[in-house]
Design a protein around this ligand. Sequence first.
Ligand SMILES: Nc1ncnc2c1ncn2[C@@H]1O[C@H](COP(=O)(O)OP(=O)(O)O)[C@@H](O)[C@H]1O
Ligand SMILES: [Mg+2]
Length: 313
Amino acid sequence: MSNAVEARALSKTYRHSGGTTDALSGVDLTIPTGRVYGMIGRNGAGKTTFVRIGATQLALTSGSMSVLGYDVMTETSKVRARIAAVPQESRPLYFLNVFELIYLYLTIRGTEARDARKRTEAVLAELGLADSRKRLVSHLSGGMRRRAMVAMVLASDADVLFLDEPTTGLDPIARREVWTAIRRAIRDGRTVLLTTHYLDEAEALSSRLALLDGGRVLLEGTPTEIRERVRQPFRLVVSGVLGRAELEPFGSVSTVEGGYLVFAKEAPARELAQLALSKGARVSLGPVTLEDIFLQVVGKAIDADDVPAEAAE
Ligand SMILES: Nc1ncnc2c1ncn2[C@@H]1O[C@H](COP(=O)(O)OP(=O)(O)O)[C@@H](O)[C@H]1O
Ligand SMILES: [Mg+2]
């Protein structure tokens, strides 16, 4: 069976009045079917560009990309019939209410009326939108509008779903509802390409992840593989008693609120944990988080400042 998405030496250069921007440079990615594939990276990394090329909304500059074996440039209509996409900048038809938005989207895609109604009801309930069904999309808050767009795509019969930051700006409960709906889509045998700012979300949902920066793939693999690729796969937080000089032989030390953060290999991590406990310091030991890896590899945090303006509504 073909993969959900294959990108080979994919590049995209935007031309604009200020010159050119290389948004993607030689990206090779294989996204298998039937799973959530997570794409993470700071603002400007190239995530939306990748998604828009896959969703046939944007032409690539060089290289190739296929969806379920169909070329996005030459077999556009075959691709379109099999995908559904939530764009990052959601601008749905504002004169519709939430029910109509989803129902019409499904019927336009060719779903028979009775089935479309049933699917719409189900997704409204699943995403906590049942009470908002009659509200005009134009009157919804940014987060609610985003949720309605996600509902629309999840209710479709598309095999490959492109979700570009579907949970940005949602409250924690709404985020969990979207997670549940994404997991159900996977149980139904579909594929989800998810871009997100939230590393916990990427980790919780994705079977594989790609970390993009500056239009290139810096890391790719299962969360476990990605962890194994970092030099120091354990993190300790040590508070009290031990000073920086005593910690430095065990790994890389940085100051954090209330103590020190140490990245270490497995043996020194265990040794340090025992030493700290025997001296009566407080210590926690665990595998590095995706956030830690991100910092190690990109050198900067995925930062709240990076969240697009739309999310601030
Ligand atoms: N329509 C456009 N015209 C010119 N430059 C663009 C356009 N869209 C995106 N870019 C630039 O391409 C780069 C990648 O952007 P994008 O794909 O939106 O990244 P991300 O989704 O990871 O934030 C950024 O430098 C961005 O400024
Ligand atoms: Mg984006």
